[in-house]
Design a protein around this ligand. Structure first.
Ligand code: TXA
Ligand code: MG
Length: 326
């Protein structure tokens, strides 16, 4: 495996237009020099990602922000001061140095300063902003360890191993209107926290904002995953793995992964993708059941990931057997 922790070598790869998978606090990213369109094209190729899905540009200093974005207003600085480095991506007017490939032709660019020492050092040593989507094949489970990256993207030029990520789900993505911020993707930084800094703009519904990449299906394991909070009568629990939160559903399952010992939703976020990977890789498991949580606070981001992971499987079931079979 090409994964060690040689940041200097990784930075050299980035400078040479190669791809480096690296840890951030959220999930591992698949990085390339954001200003080199040929390098960025390799990301889309390796990930098998459609070109209409724009990439997030990662920076390590505020000076770098001013090179990739234009018309940065006071609110951006306020949000950056409070949440950067950290799991917040802001969609801003792009500067002319950012290639169209990065933004899928949009006049805006998603920018974030990650809170991970390895990531920050990689960006600094590479001496360029780094464009990076999550380091998984398009549509599949996001990686929270170097081994997850190796499983899906064995041909990446280099993997920087920084251990397991500490947040576990992707950044909150916002954009700003004249009124305030709108959330394009939910994450660990919640609407309530953001509202303390900038007003929320509830004038148009998130569904209708439809940023590119906001697909119904995503994060999908290769084995059927279903969300279930009640006892399921028709499934063979003896062949199923349960992603458990409350502990109430655990009876009868072949395997159980309890994502939190203290009923903390942050732990669900940290451990959910790892649990999916682990069941996906386990030859004894045929079906994955995930326990839902209330859609409030961090629960919104968790349920968003679970629903997208379930989506194709639920569609498949509905088309095969009619709705509500299970
Ligand atoms: O935590 C994260 O955000 C991770 C780590 C690696 O930083 N990255 C990540 O990237 O989740 P990715 O490519 O899996 O998701 C990026 C999403 C796109 O699918 C799109 O929805 C949104 O960010 N996005 C990026 N640029 C945008 C833009 N200019 N306008 C609207 N949405 C944008
Ligand atoms: Mg992704």
């Amino acid at each position: 495996m090409k994964s060690t922790n040689n940041i200097e070598f990784a930075a050299k790869c980035i400078q040479e237009g190669k791809l480096v998978a690296f840890p951030t606090e959220t999930v591992y990213g698949l990085g390339a020099n954001a200003l080199n369109p040929l390098a960025v094209a390799k990301i889309f190729e390796l990930k098998e990602r459609p070109s209409f899905d724009p990439l997030i540009v990662h920076i390590s200093t505020m000076a770098q922000l001013e090179t990739v974005a234009d018309n940065i207003d006071e609110r951006i600085y306020k949000l950056a001061e409070k949440f950067w480095p950290g799991p917040l991506t802001m969609v801003l007017p792009k500067s002319s140095i950012v290639p169209d490939l990065v933004t899928s032709g949009l006049p805006t660019v998603g920018v974030r300063m990650p809170k991970n020492e390895i990531a920050l050092e990689l960006i600094t040593r590479s001496n360029c902003p780094i464009a990076a989507p999550s380091a998984n094949k398009f549509g599949r489970i996001s990686p929270t360890t170097a081994a997850h990256v190796q499983k899906q993207l064995p041909n990446v030029d280099y993997i920087l191993d920084g251990g397991k990520t500490t947040v576990g789900i992707e950044s909150t993505i916002i954009r700003l209107t004249e009124i305030g911020f709108q959330i394009l993707r939910n994450g660990i930084i919640t609407k309530e926290e953001l509202e303390k800094v900038v007003p929320f703009d509830g004038s148009s519904e998130v569904e209708k904002l439809s940023a590119p990449g906001m697909l119904k299906s995503h994060y999908s394991p290769r084995k059927m995953l279903l969300i279930a909070d009640t006892e399921l009568l028709h499934i063979e629990k003896s062949k199923a793995g349960l992603i458990s939160f409350s502990g109430k559903l655990e009876g009868g399952y072949l395997k159980v992964i309890k994502v939190s010992q203290t009923n903390d939703l942050k732990d669900y976020a940290v451990n959910m993708f790892e649990a999916m990977h682990s069941f996906e890789d386990d030859p004894q498991i045929e079906l994955i059941i995930a326990e839902p949580v209330p859609s409030e606070g961090i629960g919104i981001a968790i349920m968003d990931r679970l629903r997208k992971a379930e989506y194709d499987w639920r569609e498949f079931l509905n088309s095969s057997y009619g709705a509500d079979t299970l």
